[in-house]
Every structure is written in structure tokens, then in C-alpha cells.
Write a protein that binds this ligand. Sequence first.
Ligand SMILES: [Zn+2]
Length: 106
Amino acid sequence: MSIVNIADKEAKKAQVSKFAVIEMEIGTLAGIEFDALDFVWQAAVKGTVLENAEKRIRKIPAKARCGDCDKVYLLDYIYDNCSNCGSFLKIIIQGKELRVKSLETF
Ligand SMILES: [Zn+2]
């Protein structure tokens, strides 16, 4: 998990061995299974600087701009079509984020 690598680097920078809290922003199209995240998380952070960190996640809803009518709309799935004209042509403008927003030490 790249999140762990990011935290690892930050820990070295801040010269801490563990983080208390990690805040993340994850887009709904980032390829993360939110339902499975807890399970995956436990395994991914074991023995790392995030092992005991409380994770806070902000879900970022996916948004696209229609390639035909220019309307900006929310989408649940990558293949959703425009809510205004039904077009499948679109540019994803939000929802693929996967970033660490903040890390807090004890
Ligand atoms: Zn449209």
C-alpha cells in the first residue's frame, strides 16, 4: 500500500516511530473497496508506523464533466452516463484521489 510508504517517509522526516492518527481522502473511483478496507488495512499497517494509528477517511464523491453537454454530474460508477443528456462521453474531474491529508503524532 502506497499510503504506508508515504507515512513511512513522513515519520522519518518528523523523526517519530509511530503515528496516532492518519487522515485520508479517497475518491470513490480510486479503486479502493471501502467495505474491505478495514481488513486490508490491518494487514497493510502491521509492523509499520501506522500500526496503531486511528484512520479517518473522507470519501470524495466522483464527478465528471459531460463531453457532449458540458454538465458536471456525480457518478457512482466509472461507466455511468450523463444525468442530463445520457452521453457516455465524459472527463472525470474528481474521484480518483488517494491521498494522505494529515498525520498526527502522539
Ligand atoms: Zn450530457
